[in-house]
Design a binder for this molecule. Structure first.
Ligand SMILES: [Zn+2]
Length: 203
């Protein structure tokens, strides 16, 4: 069984501000570490569930947030940009399922922590078949094109709500609840990672 993981950053527990995802900012150093730990929790869960091959695609910003040696040794990493399928680079019909880790709500979602759709500056609203869609919907649609179901989405409450509204049957792991775009009540990273690991192994 092969598992595909698309990893974003804004939906990781504890992250609430653009500074924290900004290279060069001291807070970025721990934020990228937390991102890697949530991905690793998902990798361990996938292995427990019987995955033999796991591909992780770094999907945030310049797509070089995950430091290769911080990643679980059983996972392969797609790092860097530009990539034709961007947040879904590497997806194809050989995967049994996809996980979205550290995901956030679409641009305009109320109380969506750091909500946006691909580009914060350039995209105000994007619709799929007339319905406002964010990265979860667009990326899941691409996975669906290859017949790969998205079985788990982790992120803030709004991201999980959006995933359930669009995908129906999907396991949602809420790691924080937005108070505003730039504030949230968050689980401790270890709790968040534990939940991701646990849910992943049954997803
Ligand atoms: Zn994103």
């Amino acid at each position: 069984m092969k598992i595909y993981i698309s990893a974003d950053m804004e939906g990781v527990a504890g992250i609430v501000h653009p500074d924290q995802r900004q290279i060069g900012n001291p807070e970025y150093t721990w934020a990228r570490r937390l991102m890697a730990e949530e991905v690793n929790a998902a990798v361990r869960g996938a292995l427990k569930a019987g995955a033999e091959e796991i591909l992780v695609n770094d999907s945030h910003g310049n797509m070089r947030n995950l430091i290769p040696e911080h990643l679980h040794p059983e996972a392969q990493l797609i790092t860097g940009n530009v990539k034709p399928w961007a947040m879904m680079e590497g997806i194809d019909g050989s995967f049994a399922a996809a996980f979205f880790i550290g995901y956030h709500a679409r641009r305009g979602a109320k109380r969506g922590v750091l909500e946006h759709t691909y580009s914060e500056r350039r995209i105000y609203e994007l619709r799929l078949n007339g319905v406002p869609a964010g990265e979860i919907a667009i990326n899941a649609a691409l996975a669906g094109h290859y017949g790969v179901p998205v079985v788990l989405v982790s992120g803030d409450e709004e991201a999980v709500r959006e995933a359930k509204a669009f995908l129906g049957q999907v396991v949602g792991v809420k790691v924080k609840g937005g108070i505003s775009r730039l504030s949230a009540r968050s689980l401790h990273p270890e709790k968040a990672q534990g939940l991701i690991n646990e849910e992943e192994s049954h997803a």
